[in-house]
Design a protein around this ligand. Sequence first.
Ligand SMILES: Cc1cc2nc3c(=O)[nH]c(=O)nc-3n(C[C@H](O)[C@H](O)[C@H](O)COP(=O)(O)OP(=O)(O)OC[C@H]3O[C@@H](n4cnc5c(N)ncnc54)[C@H](O)[C@@H]3O)c2cc1C
Length: 401
Amino acid sequence: MRIVIVGAGVAGCVMARKLSRLDGVEVICLEQVARDDHSEAGTGLNVGPNAVKAVKAIDPELAGLITASSFLWRNWRISLTDGTVLFDLPLENVADGPGWRIRWSELYRVLREAAGDCVSYACEITDIGRDAADPRKTSIAWTEDGKTRRLDDIDLLIAADGRYSAVRRAISGEPEVRQTGVAIFRLLVPDSSGGLIDDYEQWFNGPSRLLSFKVPPGHIYVAGTFPIPQDAPIAESSKTPDALRAAYAPPDAAAPSAQARWLIDTVCENAADTHWARMQEHTLLYRASDCNVLYLGDAAHGMVPTLGQGATQALEDAANAAALITQRHGDGSRDVAGWLADIEALRQERLRFVMEFSLEATDTMLEGADPVEGTRLKNEPPFQNRLKALYRDVGLPLDRR
Ligand SMILES: Cc1cc2nc3c(=O)[nH]c(=O)nc-3n(C[C@H](O)[C@H](O)[C@H](O)COP(=O)(O)OP(=O)(O)OC[C@H]3O[C@@H](n4cnc5c(N)ncnc54)[C@H](O)[C@@H]3O)c2cc1C
């Protein structure tokens, strides 16, 4: 049996590591960047406790390697930029364990090392299509080391190639994108906060919000958001230091808290180096309708980043898909279309919930929102119970072979 994975990112590496251990299965993972090229991964990630639980369940050794390169995420606090605390949640109240705080480049390094030799780097894919002899199978062509290569007769093609998935575009068409009306910037800086910033916190000034936490080794991740018209680009005038200071400095001459002051100064000093995006989501799809192609992670679902569930769900997807394929393969099933239907059944409702919840949790960041009242509601049982479902219900009804 031949399995090809496109993308050695979060989901792709976990799949490559687990599936390459199956007897009689040839696994080839094709990655476009060089092994140590982390230029697309220059920020920090908070990875939810649900991903930690899922990875631990299928691969405790891998979970240990990630933990060794992380700080644990144990608490979530929300304040105003004047220092008024609105929400202070120990994650143990809503989760079965802590999350991870990690540099994105470190997560890639750990996962790529763990995925081993089945990954080929610096591959440029030139063609993806259905196999001429058997339309449920696929074919792929790429260039590597200046040579053109091709694989036909692929029993399972796994698209783990992220939010602009070329596989999904080629096989199932362009996903529909929906803008949320929020601009987001991200920054990773050496820690000069003198201990002001550590675990995961957010600070509101009206609907404009800063978010920050510390990651090893000695860096601070900062993300900021503010509302914009829903389908408009982010105005260049809103990216200047003066505009950013105005967005986050508390109103009515109130002094910013020491944390907020350090964050605002840091954002303004580094305004030229921030990574900008608009918050958006795209339609959910786990498998192609007429051939054996599985979509995982961002290739399957683009979601708004409000609850830090992008990489988290890529890990949860991969843990579930790898466990299911391992189980079915061990039971002697070679019905790949059946595996994909079962993975979709396992994941689809879960992801609908995660995407909807992420969007609803964005309420306090939209134009005209009242973050004080909105955050007060996040202390109430309906939101807290949904957090428990988010952080605890990770699927994995399977054995752990
Ligand atoms: C700035 C920023 C901050 C974020 N913060 C968080 C956070 O705090 N918490 C969180 O959970 N999520 C966060 N996310 C989202 C998270 O990074 C993604 O959801 C996650 O990386 C998705 O994992 P994936 O495996 O689907 O894809 P990726 O990790 O994006 O991996 C895709 C891989 O496929 C490769 N690839 C792409 N196209 C091709 C091709 N044609 N051929 C070969 N290889 C290809 C890419 O090079 C990459 O290695 C953040 C995202 C950004 C941009």
